[in-house]
Write a protein that binds this ligand. Structure first.
Ligand SMILES: NC(=O)c1ccc[n+]([C@@H]2O[C@H](COP(=O)([O-])OP(=O)(O)OC[C@H]3O[C@@H](n4cnc5c(N)ncnc54)[C@H](O)[C@@H]3O)[C@@H](O)[C@H]2O)c1
Length: 257
């Protein structure tokens, strides 16, 4: 009961962007288990996430949304407000990465990553923050950063990704202070390597790269996506009422080496 009081999300509506797979999918189920109605937004459907939420006894539905487009975000939020009437939590998770040296990557590669990871999170946070403030909702926005916002991963090069995540950390702090007196809290989370399609799909990560990463991980393994749920649940919940402008690092010790 006491834990419910601190961490329960009953009666709350939470949006998870990029929730069709990977971290977003697992966290969406976790938020639903904590009592939230979860809206999964992504570009290409999220039937499996909705199925997993319902299987766990939770409530959730999918709304199509491309975070790089203001028009798409506004349309999705209008649909969510019509269906659910409020938004209490935004887990701003959608993101992409490429591994290319700076001279191999085109400016379009750079723009695609910045547009998705940084501008996309800004567009979502700005639009959701406006709704929360206008409706007087003491909401929580949790932006997905990464340890790559602080350290530089090796041996792959990913300057745009690292820069986008550093931007997310400081964007979160900036919005946290700008909105501190409105009741809306803004924080970020910075995971290390997490076992999801982005980090283990052989079409994206060559086996040699994986072999190079492993000895760099102090715990000798990647995080399971489930291991991010508690930090996100904390930031989403009443327990974090005085936590804003923070970046919670969940990287198994990687960034302190
Ligand atoms: N996997 C890791 O090791 C790791 C580590 C630190 C941070 N992260 C971050 O976590 C987040 C989720 O990553 P993941 O590992 O689950 O990756 P993933 O590739 O499995 O999932 C990313 C999701 O984002 C969606 N997406 C991409 N562009 C979008 C857009 N324009 N609009 C809407 N949705 C879009 C994808 O469709 C997908 O559902 C990303 O922001 C990533 O940078 C991942």
């Amino acid at each position: 009961m006491y834990l419910e009081e601190l961490f329960g999300l009953g009666g709350k509506v939470a949006i998870v962007t990029g929730g069709g797979q990977g971290i977003g999918q697992v966290v969406a189920v976790g938020l639903a288990k904590a009592g939230a109605e979860v809206v999964i937004t992504c570009r290409h459907g999220a039937d499996e996430t909705v199925r997993l939420i319902e299987e766990a006894g939770g409530k959730g539905y999918y709304v199509q949304c491309d975070v790089t487009s203001e028009e798409s975000v506004d349309k999705a939020l209008a649909e969510i407000m019509e269906k659910s009437g409020r938004i209490d939590v935004l887990f701003n998770n959608a993101g992409i990465c490429y591994h290319k040296g700076t001279f191999e990557a085109s400016i379009d590669d750079w723009k695609e990553v910045i547009d998705t990871n940084l501008t996309g999170e800004y567009i979502m946070a700005r639009a959701v923050g406006k709704i929360m403030i206008d409706k007087g909702i003491a909401g929580s926005i949790i932006n997905m950063a990464s340890m790559s916002g602080t350290i530089v991963n090796i041996p792959q090069w990913q300057a745009a990704y690292n820069a986008s995540k550093a931007g997310v950390i400081h964007l979160s702090k900036s919005l946290a202070i700008e909105w501190a007196q409105t009741g809306v809290r803004v924080n970020s989370i910075s995971p290390g390597y997490v076992a999801t399609p982005m980090s283990i799909d052989p079409n994206f990560v060559e086996p040699e790269l994986m072999a190079a990463w492993m000895p760099l991980m102090p715990m000798g393994r990647m995080a399971k996506p489930e291991e991010l749920i508690p930090a996100i649940l904390y930031l989403a919940s009443p327990a974090a009422g005085y936590t804003t402008g923070s970046d919670i690092i969940v990287d198994g010790g990687y960034s302190v080496q």
